[in-house]
Design a protein around this ligand. Sequence first.
Ligand code: MG
Length: 384
Amino acid sequence: MSQVVVLGATGSIGSQALDVISHLGWSVDGLAANRPSRRLAELARRYPDTEIVVAAGDDAEARDFASRVDNPVAFGPDAVAEMASRPGRIVVNGIVGAAGLRATLAALHAGNRVALANKESLVAGGPLVMGALAEAGELIPVDSEHSALHQCLEGEDRGAVSRLVLTASGGPFRGRSRQELVSVSVEEALAHPTWRMGGRITVDSATLMNKGLEVIEARWLFDLPPERLSILVHPESVVHSMVEYVDGSTVAQLGTPDMRGPISFALTWPGPRLPLELPRLDLAERGELHFEEPDPERFPAYTLCYEALRAGGTAPAVLSGADEAAVEAFLEGRASFPDIAASVAHALERHEVRKVGSVEEAIEASEEGKRLAAEYLAARARPS
Ligand code: MG
């Protein structure tokens, strides 16, 4: 029986990971969340002996939370990294944002397996994470596309890969014109056609930024240059990604869209697959699957990710921070849908690329991206 800690336990990935872990009959050895929420208190009661870490919150909130649960509780970002670094644990990293990078590195340094669902670990800190991984630990992607690619590459010679194709649902605005995109609402952006996910990633799916971030992650996970990483829009989200080999053969992984599949694969690999009661794929019932090229005119966000990848160093971290701030502004009604990509483009333009030598430098670059996006949005809001 393996022991698992779940970081970002109250989020969408965290909840589904807990579901899979209970199927496996494994033990939950630690739960971490950003806020001392009601949901976290519920989880604490469901796992009464499990240690809980709350990353953020003031002293009063901390005292109040500790008084409401019987579990051992620790507070602060250092406690999250400490939980991830206890040897012999599998660490599910479902933290949203750059804070997830520190936890990934702590877990790898301790020789732990990281089931990675935190995008920023590889987007902001790709060189750092790959450096740590060369020394110790294991990194298994949880994202459906990277899990698919991992599955399609099993047993193959990496030298025989000609290109990776990441599929994208295209989001709820796939058919909208450029003009229509100016006035789309938050509610529409949050109504994702195929996947149920958190707020930031759902908006990122609508802009195609999410797919660009996944291209950056794939660059590190599979060690291929950007020109051999492609995006294909596939509205049904049934083909989760594909690998094209040098002999012209393409291997794809298919399934109904449900994150419990990739989570289970990341936890149990390379062991036998776990029986899961997920809806089975019925291709005859579906009848047709559709594919099209992404449109850089209406959805420029993904092209910025290729730019950031080519610029290297701190550019992807700046891009990720700028996107985080711009999506938050969009969700709060302070920015339009096209403002998101425009803010990120502005941040990349203004930023002077540096090398990423430490976690602090990666996080500082992400913070700079947030500031530059805010600067763009503020200038945009002023009447001319
Ligand atoms: Mg994905």
